[in-house]
Design a binder for this molecule. Structure first.
Ligand code: CUA
Length: 311
């Protein structure tokens, strides 16, 4: 990973190239205007200097064309930068629907990672090239921030909610993974490695790893263990609503409000069941706050999501 002195980290994702082009444009524009202004100050100071004691400068009336030019041109340039930046921004916040979903849990001071096929890693993330990867991230304690410079992506991992991050790696290799939010004594050691592999190698890696339960299977077990199944067991007249086909679909709440079920809603309903009660049901579900950790929450979420998967 040590590649000597580099002005910028390697470009190892689709986004990296686009971000860098915009970055160079901004730096180029700044340089251009800084030099232009410096140069003009120098020229004007020499050319329009006071030549004698009695000299009175000639009055210059306003020139509307000039005023317009130096207002409209910079405005246009600012708009280009804005639109370009906004496009990139929205792109980084909208993972493609077919992205491979990997779960990340930050904890003082390490990164726990779980693949949809069950592989678990600590401070390492193995991914294939040419495939969109979506990370769903949570933290067991304080705020951390998942940062891969070579991909030009960084996202805070915040207590009490899920955050997501996505990227598509383009170049096999090993890249730095950092925690980019001060999180305590060993914040600076909360680092890791992202290993990008050709898809075939990635498949090999997947089959070579220790087989453990997938998040969905683990989630289903928790669903039984915690007794969720007693009320959400999908039986007629059950005390809790069925969870089949729930994810990604609208649900009407007691308040009359209609919301679309996402990861955060599932999480909230497990930890604070009375926050948003489904229409037609009572406030009888106990909270599971403090009884399950983030990893288990993610597994339960994965299980509930799997109940809506198209089969
Ligand atoms: Cu985790 Cu800094």
């Amino acid at each position: 990973m040590d590649k000597g002195f580099q002005l910028l980290p390697e470009q190892a994702s689709k986004l990296a190239v686009q971000v860098d082009i915009l970055y160079y444009l901004l730096v180029g524009l700044s340089f251009f205007f800084a030099l232009l202004i410096f140069f003009l100050i120098y020229i004007f100071a020499v050319r329009y200097r006071r030549r004698s004691e009695e000299e009175v400068p000639r009055q210059i009336p306003g020139l509307i064309q000039l005023e317009l030019a130096w207002s409209v041109i910079p405005f246009g340039m600012a708009l280009v930068v804005f639109v370009w930046g906004a496009k990139l921004y929205f792109n980084t916040y909208t993972p493609p629907a077919d992205a491979l979903e990997i779960y990340v849990v930050g904890k003082q001071w390490m990164w726990h990672i779980q693949h949809p096929t069950g592989q678990r890693e600590i401070n390492e993330l193995h991914i294939p090239t040419g495939r969109a990867i979506k990370l769903t991230m949570a933290t067991e304690d304080v705020i951390h921030s998942f940062y891969i410079p070579a991909f030009r992506v960084k996202k805070d991992v915040v207590p009490g909610r899920y955050t997501t991050l996505w990227f598509e790696a383009t170049k096999p290799g090993s890249y730095h993974l950092f925690c980019a939010e001060y999180c305590g004594t060993k914040h600076s050691q909360m680092t890791g490695t992202v290993v990008v592999m050709e898809p075939t190698q990635y498949q090999q890696w997947l089959s070579g790893g220790e087989a453990s339960e997938t998040p969905v299977v683990a989630g289903e077990k928790k669903f039984q263990q915690l007794g969720c199944v007693t009320c959400h067991g999908d039986k007629p007249g059950a005390r809790g609503p069925s969870l089949k086909g729930l994810f990604g679909n609208p649900v009407q709440l007691q308040s009359g409000e209609v919301i679309t079920v996402n990861e955060d809603y599932i999480r909230e309903s497990i930890l604070r069941p009375n926050a948003k009660i489904t229409f037609g049901y009572g406030a009888i579900m106990p909270t599971y706050q403090g009884q399950i950790n983030e990893a288990a929450l993610l597994q339960l979420t994965a299980y509930v999501k799997s109940l809506s998967a198209v089969k």
